[in-house]
Design a protein around this ligand. Sequence first.
Ligand code: IPM
Ligand code: MN
Length: 360
Amino acid sequence: MNIAVIEGDGTGPEVIAEAKKVMEAACESSSEGRLEFFHYDLGGARYLKTGELLPESVLQELKEYDAILLGAIGHPDVKPGILEKGILLAIRFGLDQYINLRPVKLYPGVYCPLKDKGPDDIDFIIIRENTGGIYTGHGGVTHKGEPDEVATQEMIYTRPMVDRCLEFAFSLKEDRNKENPACSQKPLHLVHKTNVLTNCGDLWNRAFETMGADLYPSVWRVYAHVDATTMWMIKNPEWFDVIVTENLFGDIITDLGAMIQGGMGIAAGGNINPGGISMFEPIGGSAPKYAGQNIINPLAAICAGAMLLRYSGAEVDTEAADRIEAAVKKALGEGYIRSLAAGQMGMSTSEVGDLVSKFV
Ligand code: IPM
Ligand code: MN
């Protein structure tokens, strides 16, 4: 497998080093799983030096790989929005990675801020539509800086954009129901805000009902408003198995999801193009204050590596992904790693990588 690696900014290089180490260990015993990593220098440092964000030639080259592994994008000396839009979103949009898949799974031994909730209660997955909605940049500003300034940012969805996302969600839900009887007791949730967003919400809801009834009659469908969803994720996270939602709502509820699974130290996600090149990343940022100290938690990047092996779509041994997940579970469940917080793990970044590699 040929993997493009973008370490990026801050703690990105440190966590990516551990992810690569663990992925290599997990693939060592498999004949199919030979990995080759190719590094790309993108991020705040390059931008500050050369003014370049994502050169068109690099975007074209990225299309030649089996998958992309990303560390973190974000630099304290660069104004917010430039690197995010110019690199991260440019790759997501440029490679049409229209699914953002974010598991919310509480591992044994991990501190959960919800009282009386454990690993059996928190094990679901959020599918965030990843290339539409308010993220498309439609809208504008007039009278800038004047007292009557006007700004708009529009939520854009077409029926095909909604349908392809729902298709992924229904099909994933069907697979989970087959693999695990507990999942089939739970619905596929569509999350939106149909009581106010009567145009876009209605589009999503009708598409959801039609596709479900016509193509996936065995999948139980439930609609939930996004505000109520934040409440239930705290109060009754065990109600959820698969959630599908539009871009901005997905951005927000996946940070909440990350917190109930133990924090950014463990939260990973995949930007997936089911027919193309996908990119996998820890959800957390570049954490510049921890950079270069060997104290940042690499587990989110390691879990992103496992997701890469599972979801890239390349001909690869997904048992390697199972082995990584089992190793993370063991390292946490048996108390080797004291806390998920940077500097409080009871071991260094590289020691966490060594430990998980040993267990795969
Ligand atoms: C995320 C991040 C990004 C997003 C930012 C950095 C553009 O918050 O991956 O969730 O909003 O998608
Ligand atoms: Mn986010």
